[in-house]
Design a protein. Structure first.
Length: 557
Protein backbone atom coordinates (compact mmCIF):
# COMPACT_ATOMS: atom_id res chain seq x y z
CA UNK A 1 0.00 0.00 0.00
CA UNK A 2 1.49 3.34 -1.04
CA UNK A 3 1.60 6.33 1.29
CA UNK A 4 -1.32 8.14 -0.37
CA UNK A 5 -3.64 5.14 -0.11
CA UNK A 6 -2.64 4.65 3.53
CA UNK A 7 -3.41 8.30 4.36
CA UNK A 8 -6.69 8.21 2.45
CA UNK A 9 -7.79 4.98 4.13
CA UNK A 10 -7.03 6.25 7.62
CA UNK A 11 -8.88 9.51 6.98
CA UNK A 12 -12.12 8.15 5.53
CA UNK A 13 -12.35 5.07 7.77
CA UNK A 14 -11.81 7.29 10.79
CA UNK A 15 -14.36 9.82 9.53
CA UNK A 16 -17.00 7.11 9.04
CA UNK A 17 -16.28 5.72 12.52
CA UNK A 18 -16.61 9.16 14.12
CA UNK A 19 -19.96 9.74 12.41
CA UNK A 20 -21.14 6.41 13.79
CA UNK A 21 -19.95 7.42 17.25
CA UNK A 22 -22.15 10.51 17.10
CA UNK A 23 -25.26 8.57 16.13
CA UNK A 24 -25.19 8.16 12.35
CA UNK A 25 -26.68 4.78 11.45
CA UNK A 26 -27.81 5.44 7.86
CA UNK A 27 -26.15 7.10 4.87
CA UNK A 28 -27.75 7.89 1.51
CA UNK A 29 -25.21 7.73 -1.32
CA UNK A 30 -25.57 9.03 -4.86
CA UNK A 31 -23.07 7.26 -7.13
CA UNK A 32 -20.05 9.15 -8.41
CA UNK A 33 -16.31 8.84 -8.78
CA UNK A 34 -14.95 11.51 -6.43
CA UNK A 35 -17.03 10.22 -3.50
CA UNK A 36 -15.48 6.72 -3.83
CA UNK A 37 -13.36 6.83 -0.64
CA UNK A 38 -16.20 7.70 1.72
CA UNK A 39 -18.78 5.59 -0.13
CA UNK A 40 -16.59 2.51 0.35
CA UNK A 41 -15.91 3.44 3.99
CA UNK A 42 -19.63 3.63 4.73
CA UNK A 43 -20.35 0.46 2.77
CA UNK A 44 -17.69 -1.43 4.73
CA UNK A 45 -18.70 -0.18 8.16
CA UNK A 46 -20.38 -3.11 9.94
CA UNK A 47 -23.10 -1.05 11.66
CA UNK A 48 -23.98 1.61 9.06
CA UNK A 49 -26.84 1.00 6.62
CA UNK A 50 -26.24 2.50 3.17
CA UNK A 51 -28.89 3.50 0.66
CA UNK A 52 -27.97 4.17 -2.98
CA UNK A 53 -30.04 6.70 -4.93
CA UNK A 54 -28.85 7.99 -8.33
CA UNK A 55 -30.83 11.24 -8.20
CA UNK A 56 -29.25 13.68 -5.74
CA UNK A 57 -32.33 15.85 -5.22
CA UNK A 58 -34.55 12.87 -4.46
CA UNK A 59 -31.78 11.26 -2.42
CA UNK A 60 -31.62 14.27 -0.12
CA UNK A 61 -35.36 14.19 0.55
CA UNK A 62 -35.19 10.42 1.06
CA UNK A 63 -32.66 11.15 3.80
CA UNK A 64 -35.10 13.58 5.41
CA UNK A 65 -37.67 10.79 5.46
CA UNK A 66 -35.17 8.48 7.16
CA UNK A 67 -34.63 11.15 9.83
CA UNK A 68 -38.36 11.55 10.37
CA UNK A 69 -38.84 7.79 10.61
CA UNK A 70 -35.85 6.95 12.80
CA UNK A 71 -35.54 10.24 14.73
CA UNK A 72 -31.77 10.00 14.25
CA UNK A 73 -29.30 12.09 12.24
CA UNK A 74 -28.71 10.78 8.71
CA UNK A 75 -25.77 11.47 6.38
CA UNK A 76 -25.90 12.24 2.68
CA UNK A 77 -22.99 11.75 0.25
CA UNK A 78 -22.44 12.86 -3.34
CA UNK A 79 -19.65 13.37 -5.83
CA UNK A 80 -18.12 16.71 -6.81
CA UNK A 81 -19.57 19.36 -9.13
CA UNK A 82 -23.22 20.20 -9.68
CA UNK A 83 -24.35 17.02 -7.90
CA UNK A 84 -24.13 18.88 -4.61
CA UNK A 85 -26.28 21.76 -5.89
CA UNK A 86 -29.22 19.37 -6.14
CA UNK A 87 -29.17 19.09 -2.35
CA UNK A 88 -30.24 22.72 -1.82
CA UNK A 89 -34.05 22.21 -1.56
CA UNK A 90 -33.74 19.44 1.02
CA UNK A 91 -31.05 21.26 3.00
CA UNK A 92 -33.33 24.31 3.16
CA UNK A 93 -36.19 22.09 4.32
CA UNK A 94 -34.03 20.44 6.97
CA UNK A 95 -32.92 23.87 8.20
CA UNK A 96 -36.42 25.21 8.77
CA UNK A 97 -37.69 21.85 10.07
CA UNK A 98 -34.59 21.50 12.27
CA UNK A 99 -33.75 18.02 11.03
CA UNK A 100 -30.18 16.76 11.68
CA UNK A 101 -29.04 16.18 8.09
CA UNK A 102 -25.29 15.66 7.71
CA UNK A 103 -24.37 16.79 4.18
CA UNK A 104 -21.12 15.37 2.79
CA UNK A 105 -19.98 16.76 -0.56
CA UNK A 106 -16.92 15.25 -2.18
CA UNK A 107 -14.63 17.71 -3.93
CA UNK A 108 -11.60 18.06 -6.16
CA UNK A 109 -8.34 18.77 -4.32
CA UNK A 110 -7.55 22.44 -3.82
CA UNK A 111 -5.12 22.68 -6.73
CA UNK A 112 -7.92 21.79 -9.19
CA UNK A 113 -10.31 24.47 -7.97
CA UNK A 114 -10.85 27.66 -9.95
CA UNK A 115 -8.72 26.68 -12.95
CA UNK A 116 -11.38 25.22 -15.23
CA UNK A 117 -10.91 21.59 -14.23
CA UNK A 118 -13.92 19.40 -15.07
CA UNK A 119 -16.58 18.73 -12.46
CA UNK A 120 -15.16 21.38 -10.15
CA UNK A 121 -17.39 24.16 -8.83
CA UNK A 122 -17.04 26.27 -5.71
CA UNK A 123 -18.54 23.98 -3.06
CA UNK A 124 -17.10 25.70 0.00
CA UNK A 125 -19.86 27.25 2.12
CA UNK A 126 -22.36 26.55 -0.66
CA UNK A 127 -25.19 25.91 1.84
CA UNK A 128 -24.28 28.74 4.21
CA UNK A 129 -27.82 30.17 4.24
CA UNK A 130 -29.24 26.91 5.54
CA UNK A 131 -26.73 25.00 7.68
CA UNK A 132 -25.87 25.34 11.35
CA UNK A 133 -22.25 24.46 10.79
CA UNK A 134 -19.91 23.99 7.82
CA UNK A 135 -16.28 23.14 7.24
CA UNK A 136 -13.96 22.46 4.31
CA UNK A 137 -11.97 19.40 5.41
CA UNK A 138 -8.24 19.05 4.70
CA UNK A 139 -6.83 16.70 2.09
CA UNK A 140 -5.57 13.38 3.49
CA UNK A 141 -1.83 13.96 3.88
CA UNK A 142 -0.89 11.67 6.75
CA UNK A 143 -0.27 14.39 9.30
CA UNK A 144 -1.55 14.10 12.85
CA UNK A 145 -3.48 17.31 12.28
CA UNK A 146 -5.61 15.70 9.57
CA UNK A 147 -7.14 13.08 11.89
CA UNK A 148 -7.38 15.57 14.74
CA UNK A 149 -9.31 17.91 12.45
CA UNK A 150 -11.75 15.09 11.75
CA UNK A 151 -12.30 14.60 15.47
CA UNK A 152 -12.53 18.26 16.40
CA UNK A 153 -14.83 19.29 13.56
CA UNK A 154 -17.23 16.41 14.10
CA UNK A 155 -17.29 17.13 17.83
CA UNK A 156 -18.26 20.75 17.08
CA UNK A 157 -20.87 19.70 14.54
CA UNK A 158 -22.40 17.07 16.82
CA UNK A 159 -24.10 19.71 18.95
CA UNK A 160 -26.47 20.11 16.01
CA UNK A 161 -27.30 16.40 15.80
CA UNK A 162 -29.55 16.53 18.88
CA UNK A 163 -31.28 18.98 21.19
CA UNK A 164 -32.76 22.46 20.66
CA UNK A 165 -30.09 23.56 18.17
CA UNK A 166 -30.34 20.53 15.89
CA UNK A 167 -30.32 21.07 12.16
CA UNK A 168 -28.22 20.45 9.04
CA UNK A 169 -24.42 20.62 8.87
CA UNK A 170 -22.11 20.50 5.85
CA UNK A 171 -18.67 19.02 5.36
CA UNK A 172 -16.88 19.51 2.06
CA UNK A 173 -14.27 16.76 1.60
CA UNK A 174 -11.58 17.02 -1.08
CA UNK A 175 -10.04 13.77 -2.33
CA UNK A 176 -7.01 13.28 -4.58
CA UNK A 177 -6.60 10.33 -6.93
CA UNK A 178 -6.27 7.40 -6.76
CA UNK A 179 -9.56 7.20 -4.88
CA UNK A 180 -9.87 3.60 -3.63
CA UNK A 181 -9.02 2.99 0.05
CA UNK A 182 -7.29 -0.17 1.25
CA UNK A 183 -10.06 -2.71 1.87
CA UNK A 184 -7.75 -4.86 3.99
CA UNK A 185 -7.79 -2.21 6.75
CA UNK A 186 -11.41 -2.62 7.86
CA UNK A 187 -10.01 -2.92 11.37
CA UNK A 188 -9.89 0.88 11.33
CA UNK A 189 -13.71 0.98 11.25
CA UNK A 190 -14.82 1.16 14.87
CA UNK A 191 -18.19 1.15 16.63
CA UNK A 192 -17.44 3.21 19.72
CA UNK A 193 -20.09 5.78 20.66
CA UNK A 194 -20.26 9.14 22.39
CA UNK A 195 -22.98 10.28 24.77
CA UNK A 196 -24.80 13.20 23.14
CA UNK A 197 -25.16 16.48 24.98
CA UNK A 198 -28.72 17.51 25.83
CA UNK A 199 -29.49 21.19 26.20
CA UNK A 200 -32.00 22.60 28.64
CA UNK A 201 -32.81 26.00 30.07
CA UNK A 202 -34.75 26.71 33.25
CA UNK A 203 -37.30 29.40 33.90
CA UNK A 204 -38.80 31.41 36.72
CA UNK A 205 -42.51 30.54 36.44
CA UNK A 206 -43.57 33.50 38.55
CA UNK A 207 -42.92 35.89 35.63
CA UNK A 208 -46.06 34.49 33.99
CA UNK A 209 -48.31 34.55 37.06
CA UNK A 210 -50.16 37.74 36.12
CA UNK A 211 -50.59 36.63 32.50
CA UNK A 212 -51.90 33.16 33.32
CA UNK A 213 -54.46 34.45 35.82
CA UNK A 214 -56.38 36.18 33.04
CA UNK A 215 -59.72 34.53 32.18
CA UNK A 216 -59.40 33.80 28.44
CA UNK A 217 -56.40 31.68 27.52
CA UNK A 218 -55.51 29.41 24.61
CA UNK A 219 -52.84 26.82 23.92
CA UNK A 220 -51.85 26.72 20.23
CA UNK A 221 -49.75 23.69 19.31
CA UNK A 222 -47.99 23.73 15.95
CA UNK A 223 -45.71 21.35 14.10
CA UNK A 224 -44.07 19.05 16.68
CA UNK A 225 -43.87 15.83 14.70
CA UNK A 226 -41.19 14.17 16.82
CA UNK A 227 -41.61 15.46 20.37
CA UNK A 228 -43.35 14.19 23.50
CA UNK A 229 -45.85 16.87 24.51
CA UNK A 230 -48.11 14.89 26.83
CA UNK A 231 -47.85 17.46 29.65
CA UNK A 232 -49.90 19.88 27.55
CA UNK A 233 -52.94 17.65 28.04
CA UNK A 234 -52.43 17.49 31.80
CA UNK A 235 -52.05 21.25 32.12
CA UNK A 236 -55.06 21.88 29.86
CA UNK A 237 -57.21 19.54 31.92
CA UNK A 238 -56.30 21.11 35.24
CA UNK A 239 -56.67 24.72 34.13
CA UNK A 240 -59.54 24.47 31.60
CA UNK A 241 -57.62 25.68 28.58
CA UNK A 242 -58.69 24.86 25.00
CA UNK A 243 -55.94 23.40 22.80
CA UNK A 244 -55.94 24.51 19.17
CA UNK A 245 -53.90 21.62 17.79
CA UNK A 246 -52.31 21.48 14.37
CA UNK A 247 -52.48 17.99 12.78
CA UNK A 248 -48.66 17.76 12.78
CA UNK A 249 -48.37 16.79 16.44
CA UNK A 250 -49.60 13.98 18.65
CA UNK A 251 -52.29 16.06 20.38
CA UNK A 252 -54.92 15.78 17.62
CA UNK A 253 -54.97 12.00 17.80
CA UNK A 254 -55.66 11.81 21.56
CA UNK A 255 -59.41 12.54 21.37
CA UNK A 256 -58.97 14.67 24.48
CA UNK A 257 -62.12 16.78 25.14
CA UNK A 258 -60.09 20.00 25.29
CA UNK A 259 -58.63 19.55 21.80
CA UNK A 260 -60.15 21.87 19.18
CA UNK A 261 -59.64 20.63 15.62
CA UNK A 262 -62.06 22.82 13.64
CA UNK A 263 -60.58 26.22 14.53
CA UNK A 264 -59.53 26.97 10.94
CA UNK A 265 -63.03 26.38 9.60
CA UNK A 266 -64.60 28.33 12.46
CA UNK A 267 -62.34 31.33 11.79
CA UNK A 268 -63.01 31.09 8.05
CA UNK A 269 -66.74 30.99 8.76
CA UNK A 270 -66.80 34.25 10.66
CA UNK A 271 -66.14 33.41 14.32
CA UNK A 272 -64.95 36.47 16.24
CA UNK A 273 -62.24 35.53 18.71
CA UNK A 274 -60.95 37.50 21.67
CA UNK A 275 -58.38 36.16 24.11
CA UNK A 276 -56.19 37.46 26.91
CA UNK A 277 -53.17 35.24 26.37
CA UNK A 278 -51.93 32.51 24.03
CA UNK A 279 -49.31 29.86 24.77
CA UNK A 280 -47.77 28.96 21.41
CA UNK A 281 -45.96 25.61 21.42
CA UNK A 282 -43.66 24.43 18.64
CA UNK A 283 -43.44 25.68 15.09
CA UNK A 284 -46.15 27.78 13.38
CA UNK A 285 -49.44 26.10 12.53
CA UNK A 286 -50.66 25.28 9.01
CA UNK A 287 -53.83 27.38 9.33
CA UNK A 288 -53.49 30.71 7.53
CA UNK A 289 -56.55 32.05 9.34
CA UNK A 290 -55.18 31.25 12.78
CA UNK A 291 -51.83 32.78 11.90
CA UNK A 292 -53.60 35.93 10.71
CA UNK A 293 -55.49 36.12 13.99
CA UNK A 294 -52.29 35.60 16.01
CA UNK A 295 -50.64 38.40 14.07
CA UNK A 296 -53.35 40.98 14.80
CA UNK A 297 -54.53 40.01 18.29
CA UNK A 298 -53.56 42.08 21.32
CA UNK A 299 -53.43 38.96 23.50
CA UNK A 300 -50.15 38.34 25.28
CA UNK A 301 -48.21 35.59 23.51
CA UNK A 302 -45.86 33.07 25.10
CA UNK A 303 -43.69 31.00 22.74
CA UNK A 304 -42.29 27.66 23.91
CA UNK A 305 -39.76 25.93 21.66
CA UNK A 306 -37.01 23.44 22.33
CA UNK A 307 -34.76 25.42 20.01
CA UNK A 308 -32.41 28.37 20.23
CA UNK A 309 -33.81 29.72 16.94
CA UNK A 310 -37.17 31.14 17.88
CA UNK A 311 -39.94 31.24 15.28
CA UNK A 312 -41.30 34.74 15.67
CA UNK A 313 -43.83 34.19 12.86
CA UNK A 314 -46.59 35.22 12.74
CA UNK A 315 -45.85 37.71 15.55
CA UNK A 316 -42.96 38.35 17.90
CA UNK A 317 -43.95 36.80 21.25
CA UNK A 318 -44.00 38.66 24.54
CA UNK A 319 -42.16 35.79 26.24
CA UNK A 320 -39.89 33.10 24.80
CA UNK A 321 -38.85 29.94 26.64
CA UNK A 322 -36.17 27.73 25.14
CA UNK A 323 -37.13 24.39 26.61
CA UNK A 324 -39.23 21.34 25.92
CA UNK A 325 -43.00 21.68 26.15
CA UNK A 326 -43.18 19.07 28.91
CA UNK A 327 -40.60 20.89 31.05
CA UNK A 328 -42.36 24.20 30.51
CA UNK A 329 -45.79 23.01 31.59
CA UNK A 330 -44.39 21.05 34.54
CA UNK A 331 -42.64 24.20 35.74
CA UNK A 332 -46.00 26.02 35.96
CA UNK A 333 -47.43 23.63 38.54
CA UNK A 334 -46.64 26.00 41.41
CA UNK A 335 -48.09 29.10 39.78
CA UNK A 336 -51.59 30.25 40.90
CA UNK A 337 -53.67 30.10 37.71
CA UNK A 338 -57.30 31.00 37.17
CA UNK A 339 -59.90 28.35 36.35
CA UNK A 340 -62.15 29.03 33.37
CA UNK A 341 -64.91 26.41 33.05
CA UNK A 342 -67.33 28.49 30.96
CA UNK A 343 -64.61 29.57 28.53
CA UNK A 344 -63.67 25.94 27.92
CA UNK A 345 -67.29 24.77 27.73
CA UNK A 346 -68.07 27.36 25.05
CA UNK A 347 -65.17 26.09 22.95
CA UNK A 348 -66.16 22.45 23.42
CA UNK A 349 -69.75 23.19 22.38
CA UNK A 350 -68.55 24.96 19.24
CA UNK A 351 -66.23 22.09 18.42
CA UNK A 352 -68.99 19.49 18.73
CA UNK A 353 -71.35 21.51 16.55
CA UNK A 354 -68.66 22.18 13.94
CA UNK A 355 -67.64 18.55 13.71
CA UNK A 356 -71.25 17.50 13.23
CA UNK A 357 -71.77 20.06 10.44
CA UNK A 358 -68.55 19.12 8.65
CA UNK A 359 -69.27 15.39 8.91
CA UNK A 360 -72.78 15.85 7.52
CA UNK A 361 -71.47 17.91 4.61
CA UNK A 362 -68.70 15.42 3.78
CA UNK A 363 -71.16 12.52 3.79
CA UNK A 364 -72.86 14.12 0.76
CA UNK A 365 -69.88 15.88 -0.84
CA UNK A 366 -68.11 14.71 -4.00
CA UNK A 367 -64.86 16.71 -4.16
CA UNK A 368 -61.31 15.97 -3.06
CA UNK A 369 -62.03 16.79 0.58
CA UNK A 370 -64.66 14.03 0.67
CA UNK A 371 -62.07 11.52 -0.54
CA UNK A 372 -59.66 12.75 2.14
CA UNK A 373 -62.39 12.18 4.75
CA UNK A 374 -62.88 8.60 3.57
CA UNK A 375 -59.13 8.03 3.59
CA UNK A 376 -58.71 9.27 7.16
CA UNK A 377 -61.36 6.79 8.31
CA UNK A 378 -59.09 3.91 7.28
CA UNK A 379 -56.24 4.63 9.69
CA UNK A 380 -55.54 3.48 13.22
CA UNK A 381 -53.02 4.56 15.82
CA UNK A 382 -50.19 2.53 14.26
CA UNK A 383 -50.55 4.16 10.84
CA UNK A 384 -48.65 7.14 9.48
CA UNK A 385 -50.08 9.43 6.83
CA UNK A 386 -47.51 11.56 5.04
CA UNK A 387 -49.25 14.54 3.48
CA UNK A 388 -48.05 16.65 0.58
CA UNK A 389 -48.14 20.42 0.72
CA UNK A 390 -50.66 22.71 -1.03
CA UNK A 391 -54.25 21.40 -0.85
CA UNK A 392 -53.77 17.92 0.74
CA UNK A 393 -52.33 19.26 4.00
CA UNK A 394 -55.07 21.89 4.22
CA UNK A 395 -57.78 19.28 3.76
CA UNK A 396 -56.21 17.14 6.49
CA UNK A 397 -56.00 20.18 8.77
CA UNK A 398 -59.74 20.76 8.37
CA UNK A 399 -60.92 17.15 8.45
CA UNK A 400 -58.58 15.33 10.81
CA UNK A 401 -60.55 14.62 13.97
CA UNK A 402 -61.75 11.42 15.66
CA UNK A 403 -58.69 9.68 14.25
CA UNK A 404 -55.56 8.25 15.87
CA UNK A 405 -53.17 8.14 12.89
CA UNK A 406 -49.98 10.18 13.05
CA UNK A 407 -49.70 12.93 10.43
CA UNK A 408 -46.37 13.94 8.91
CA UNK A 409 -45.36 16.51 6.30
CA UNK A 410 -42.48 18.68 5.11
CA UNK A 411 -43.68 21.93 6.65
CA UNK A 412 -40.32 23.63 7.00
CA UNK A 413 -40.11 25.33 3.62
CA UNK A 414 -43.58 24.03 2.60
CA UNK A 415 -42.39 23.02 -0.88
CA UNK A 416 -43.68 20.20 -3.08
CA UNK A 417 -40.20 19.06 -4.12
CA UNK A 418 -39.02 15.82 -2.57
CA UNK A 419 -42.33 14.75 -1.04
CA UNK A 420 -42.20 11.23 -2.52
CA UNK A 421 -38.60 10.67 -1.43
CA UNK A 422 -39.21 11.93 2.11
CA UNK A 423 -42.21 9.64 2.51
CA UNK A 424 -40.28 6.64 1.16
CA UNK A 425 -37.42 7.32 3.53
CA UNK A 426 -39.86 7.35 6.41
CA UNK A 427 -41.46 4.14 5.11
CA UNK A 428 -38.18 2.33 5.80
CA UNK A 429 -38.99 2.57 9.51
CA UNK A 430 -42.77 2.92 9.68
CA UNK A 431 -45.98 1.98 7.89
CA UNK A 432 -46.62 4.99 5.65
CA UNK A 433 -49.35 6.07 3.26
CA UNK A 434 -48.64 9.10 1.08
CA UNK A 435 -51.40 11.56 0.17
CA UNK A 436 -50.23 13.69 -2.74
CA UNK A 437 -51.37 15.76 -5.73
CA UNK A 438 -50.39 15.21 -9.35
CA UNK A 439 -47.93 18.14 -9.59
CA UNK A 440 -46.09 17.08 -6.45
CA UNK A 441 -45.91 13.44 -7.59
CA UNK A 442 -44.58 14.50 -11.00
CA UNK A 443 -42.04 16.75 -9.30
CA UNK A 444 -40.40 13.80 -7.53
CA UNK A 445 -41.22 10.77 -9.70
CA UNK A 446 -37.53 9.87 -9.68
CA UNK A 447 -37.84 9.26 -5.97
CA UNK A 448 -40.01 6.19 -6.62
CA UNK A 449 -36.91 4.33 -7.76
CA UNK A 450 -35.93 3.67 -4.13
CA UNK A 451 -39.10 1.64 -3.65
CA UNK A 452 -38.29 -0.50 -6.66
CA UNK A 453 -34.61 -1.00 -5.86
CA UNK A 454 -35.03 -1.67 -2.14
CA UNK A 455 -38.53 -3.15 -1.88
CA UNK A 456 -39.73 -0.28 0.31
CA UNK A 457 -43.48 -0.67 0.58
CA UNK A 458 -45.75 2.36 0.59
CA UNK A 459 -49.27 3.19 -0.55
CA UNK A 460 -49.78 6.37 -2.56
CA UNK A 461 -53.16 8.10 -2.75
CA UNK A 462 -52.97 10.43 -5.75
CA UNK A 463 -55.43 13.32 -6.03
CA UNK A 464 -55.16 14.13 -9.74
CA UNK A 465 -56.92 17.37 -10.68
CA UNK A 466 -54.62 17.85 -13.67
CA UNK A 467 -52.73 20.86 -12.41
CA UNK A 468 -52.12 23.14 -9.48
CA UNK A 469 -55.42 23.08 -7.64
CA UNK A 470 -54.39 25.44 -4.85
CA UNK A 471 -53.93 28.33 -7.29
CA UNK A 472 -57.70 28.39 -7.83
CA UNK A 473 -57.97 29.93 -4.35
CA UNK A 474 -55.68 32.86 -5.14
CA UNK A 475 -56.70 36.30 -6.49
CA UNK A 476 -54.95 35.56 -9.79
CA UNK A 477 -57.88 33.34 -10.75
CA UNK A 478 -60.21 36.34 -10.99
CA UNK A 479 -57.69 39.09 -11.68
CA UNK A 480 -55.93 37.50 -14.65
CA UNK A 481 -58.28 34.80 -16.00
CA UNK A 482 -56.87 34.89 -19.54
CA UNK A 483 -53.42 33.91 -18.24
CA UNK A 484 -54.44 31.72 -15.34
CA UNK A 485 -54.51 28.25 -16.89
CA UNK A 486 -51.17 28.53 -18.68
CA UNK A 487 -49.23 30.19 -15.85
CA UNK A 488 -50.89 28.70 -12.75
CA UNK A 489 -53.26 25.86 -13.63
CA UNK A 490 -50.48 24.09 -15.59
CA UNK A 491 -52.35 20.95 -16.71
CA UNK A 492 -49.95 18.08 -17.54
CA UNK A 493 -52.34 15.42 -18.95
CA UNK A 494 -50.19 12.58 -17.59
CA UNK A 495 -51.25 8.95 -17.40
CA UNK A 496 -49.99 7.91 -13.98
CA UNK A 497 -50.78 4.25 -14.59
CA UNK A 498 -47.57 4.20 -16.64
CA UNK A 499 -45.69 5.65 -13.69
CA UNK A 500 -46.96 2.83 -11.49
CA UNK A 501 -45.86 0.21 -14.02
CA UNK A 502 -42.44 1.83 -14.49
CA UNK A 503 -41.62 1.71 -10.78
CA UNK A 504 -43.30 -1.58 -9.91
CA UNK A 505 -46.35 -0.22 -8.07
CA UNK A 506 -49.75 -1.81 -8.24
CA UNK A 507 -52.34 0.53 -9.74
CA UNK A 508 -56.01 1.21 -9.18
CA UNK A 509 -58.18 4.10 -10.27
CA UNK A 510 -60.80 5.08 -7.69
CA UNK A 511 -63.87 6.16 -9.62
CA UNK A 512 -66.25 7.18 -6.82
CA UNK A 513 -66.59 7.66 -3.09
CA UNK A 514 -68.25 4.30 -2.51
CA UNK A 515 -65.23 2.58 -4.02
CA UNK A 516 -62.97 4.69 -1.82
CA UNK A 517 -64.94 3.74 1.28
CA UNK A 518 -64.75 0.00 0.63
CA UNK A 519 -61.22 -0.21 -0.73
CA UNK A 520 -58.66 -1.58 1.71
CA UNK A 521 -55.13 -0.27 1.65
CA UNK A 522 -52.65 -3.06 0.84
CA UNK A 523 -50.38 -4.00 3.74
CA UNK A 524 -47.66 -5.99 2.00
CA UNK A 525 -47.12 -4.20 -1.32
CA UNK A 526 -46.62 -0.81 -2.91
CA UNK A 527 -49.75 0.53 -4.53
CA UNK A 528 -50.81 3.70 -6.36
CA UNK A 529 -54.47 4.65 -6.09
CA UNK A 530 -55.42 7.47 -8.43
CA UNK A 531 -58.47 9.67 -7.87
CA UNK A 532 -59.26 11.96 -10.78
CA UNK A 533 -61.05 15.15 -9.80
CA UNK A 534 -62.03 18.46 -11.35
CA UNK A 535 -60.36 21.66 -10.15
CA UNK A 536 -63.41 23.85 -10.63
CA UNK A 537 -65.70 21.46 -8.77
CA UNK A 538 -63.11 21.05 -6.03
CA UNK A 539 -62.97 24.81 -5.58
CA UNK A 540 -66.77 24.97 -5.38
CA UNK A 541 -66.95 22.15 -2.81
CA UNK A 542 -64.23 23.73 -0.69
CA UNK A 543 -66.13 27.00 -0.65
CA UNK A 544 -69.17 25.10 0.61
CA UNK A 545 -67.00 23.51 3.29
CA UNK A 546 -65.72 26.92 4.40
CA UNK A 547 -69.26 28.31 4.45
CA UNK A 548 -71.05 25.41 6.12
CA UNK A 549 -70.31 26.68 9.61
CA UNK A 550 -71.72 30.15 9.07
CA UNK A 551 -74.51 29.77 11.62
CA UNK A 552 -72.39 27.85 14.15
CA UNK A 553 -69.55 30.35 13.94
CA UNK A 554 -71.72 33.41 14.29
CA UNK A 555 -70.44 33.98 17.82
CA UNK A 556 -67.83 35.94 19.71
CA UNK A 557 -65.54 34.08 22.07
Amino acid sequence: MDKHQQNLTEQVFHFASELYAYGIREVVISPGSRSTPLAIAFECHPEIKTWVHPDERSAAFFALGLIKGSERPVALLCTSGTASANYVPAVAESDISRLPLVVLTSDRPHELRGIGAPQAINQVNMFENYVRYQFDMPLADGTIGCIETNQYQLERASQYFDGPQQGPVHFNLPFAEPLTPDLSRKDLLTTHTYTPTHYQKTMDPTVLEKTLRQPKGLIVVGDMQHQDISQILTFSTVYDLPILADPLNSIRSTKHPNVIATYDLLLRSGMSLEADFVIRVGKPVISKKLNQWLKQTSAEQILVQNSADRDAFPKKPDYFFEMSANDFFRSLETVPIAYRKKWLNDWQTLEQQARAEVTALQNNATGEAAYVSRLLEKFGKDDCLFVSNSMPIRDVDNLYFDNEARIYANRGANGIDGIVSTALGMAVHRSVTLLIGDLALYHDMNGLLMSKLNDIQMNIILLNNNGGGIFSYLPQKQQAPEHFERLFGTPMHLDFEHVAVLYGFGYQQIMDLDTMSYTKLPKMASHLMEIKTDREKNHEMHQRLYQCLGEVANVTL
